[in-house]
Design a protein around this ligand. Sequence first.
Ligand SMILES: Cc1cc2nc3c(=O)[nH]c(=O)nc-3n(C[C@H](O)[C@H](O)[C@H](O)COP(=O)(O)O)c2cc1C
Length: 401
Amino acid sequence: MARILLGISGSVTAYKGAELAREFIRRGHQVRAIITSGGQRFVTPLQLQALTGFPVPKDQWASEQPDGIDHIYLARWADTFVVAPASANTLAKFAGGIADDLLTTTALAFEGPLFMAPSMNSKMLLHPATADNIEILSSRGVTVLDCEEGELACGETGPGRMMEPVRIADLVETRLAGQLDYSGIRALVSAGPTAEPIDPVRVVTNRSSGRMGFALAAALAERGATVRLVTGPTTLEAHPRVAETVRVMTTAEMAEALGERFEESDLLIMAAAVADWRPEDVSEEKLPREDGSIDLHLTPTRDIVADLAARKGDRIIVGFALETGDPVTGGRAKLERKGLDAIAVNDPTEEGAGPETETNRITLLHADGRTEELPLQSKETIAHRLLDAVHSHLRRNRDQG
Ligand SMILES: Cc1cc2nc3c(=O)[nH]c(=O)nc-3n(C[C@H](O)[C@H](O)[C@H](O)COP(=O)(O)O)c2cc1C
């Protein structure tokens, strides 16, 4: 099931846009429609609202969102954006980056795959201005769908007929199948550090920023998984499509939150930098500085991933290990000792890698002996490459299941 944003512009074939909405819904997708003022001459927002089950704003000033910002909300909501029919005018506005109504403004805010299905008179389609606009859009990665030849609404014959809704739906679904490769997967992700109290205000923690775990949760959500994120202290905000974010402080709290959600998960990615020790005695009162030096006795925390791996079943578990010295040897030992499917190891002493940085470099060790090097890149990119690699384990499970 995908979330499809459907733009309908001012063409005499706007009714085919409504047919396309029905086709997507028939195939189990969610559709939200945006209709230009030109499109509303042919199809009404009310018709589309009745078809899709979602409100259809009349214009960008008649917002459906409490903050009044429909275009950002809709752009974040959608997996894909399909404009069908796309008028010559709308193609020109998209090519020129014009943002003067809800459809065009949302298009500028949208980062996912965009399809446009032109529909117009042959002379309008073949006009050099339209041809140039189509070329500009294609060069930017927009999929401009071919027009079909035949009799047009204006009585002329030639190219310009909008591609049939069933064919458009087929093409969009083919693309989405590649993009939403984690669809149906229930993913549990841990992120951030944990913090172990010394007294009511002081903690023992580490330098993890949470960025790697949050990037993984975002990438999983973008690729169709249902994601639950358990995070230690961090100021990061989760991707809007992460289903649940649980904020915890200590290792014990993280263990509990993950343990409660583990049964109903297909995939666990432990990207949290869990504290290995905690102060054995926690003072209920704030320790006064005037008392001079103090002795902290640290005791090992629970090994969350080992505990969960003990009741793994056919779930996939991917761990993270920060290792200095010989990360690969240390990582492989951990992978085997804890019975994981894969472990991502990185060396915090390396420039640009590790817990505090925006970037990372990872060596991914698989239980079947494979080793993959993911070169230094942003944590967002690393997250997607990691999911590409982890997908082989899910496929194996599916094939065996
Ligand atoms: C009856 C009628 C039919 C039209 N059909 C088309 C069409 O099929 N394709 C097109 O590009 N423009 C068509 N137009 C012109 C557009 O509606 C017009 O350029 C409008 O400004 C498009 O605005 P929009 O792109 O914001 O919807 C038609 C206009 C009228 C009056």
